[in-house]
Design a protein around this ligand. Structure first.
Ligand code: TYD
Length: 213
């Protein structure tokens, strides 16, 4: 059995990565290949801490507000290494296709909006490079409208001005990493099915490359 492929979905909050993750996983499964869907923050112990920090349950003492951006950057990087060792690598080694909702680019775009991106990149130096990253591109306004429709309580990074800055940081992050790993930008402005088809063309090409080897 060969090594599985590692595929990552990225985008602003409201870009639709979670919807596309399930659609793509269904299509891989239909080819008869084993597939694992996962996400970051992970569902491991460090990921649970991060989700508490994002929802405001975990914060600085004496009402001094959220954890610092540096603390969060370190926690996201630590969660990522734990996620790789606990879940992603074992699945890839067993020949499973792993599709992950958010990964290093999220750290570069989100934490890189408030701390130097180069430092965040360095923290993530040992993180396994994905075989393919699909960046689902929507403008900050579209993403905001979709978040409102979803109706869930706003999390730490979901303020509109910050999302516009994160959108710009994603473009910088893609320039930073796009030279050494495969990152594809897909327009997320079309309907769900059209976005799935656009993503699938790239996933299918990657999986066929594997099958031919
Ligand atoms: P999200 O993926 O949208 O999950 P949910 O739909 O359960 O809220 O939430 C994760 C948030 O964490 C999102 O705002 C992006 C942020 N994030 C970072 O800031 N850095 C990271 O490295 C990762 C993986 C996520």
């Amino acid at each position: 059995m060969g090594q599985g492929k590692f595929i990552v979905l990225e985008g602003l909050d409201g870009a639709g990565t979670t919807t596309q993750l399930e659609k793509l996983a269904g299509k891989v499964r239909a080819l008869g290949m084993p597939v694992l869907t996962t996400r970051e923050p992970s569902d491991g112990p460090l990921g649970l801490l991060l989700r508490q920090a994002l929802s405001g349950r975990l914060s600085l003492p004496a009402g001094r507000g959220p954890l610092s951006a540096e603390t969060l950057a370190l926690m996201f990087a630590a969660d990522r290494m734990d996620h790789l060792h606990a879940k992603v690598r074992p699945a890839l080694d067993g020949g499973t296709v792993v599709i992950c909702d958010r990964y290093v680019l999220s750290s570069l775009a989100y934490q890189g909006a408030t701390v130097p991106m180069e430092w965040v990149n360095e923290l993530n130096r040992e993180a396994l490079a994905p075989d393919l990253t699909l960046f689902i591109e929507v403008d900050a306004e579209t993403a905001a409208t979709r978040r409102q429709l979803r109706g869930a309580p706003a999390e730490l990074f979901e303020e509109d001005g910050l999302q516009r800055r994160i959108a710009a940081q994603y473009r910088r992050a893609i320039r930073l990493r796009g030279g050494s790993e495969k990152i594809v930008r897909v327009s997320g402005a079309e309907g769900i099915e059209a976005v799935t088809e656009a993503c699938w063309a790239h996933v299918e090409a990657l999986l066929h490359k594997r099958a031919k080897r």
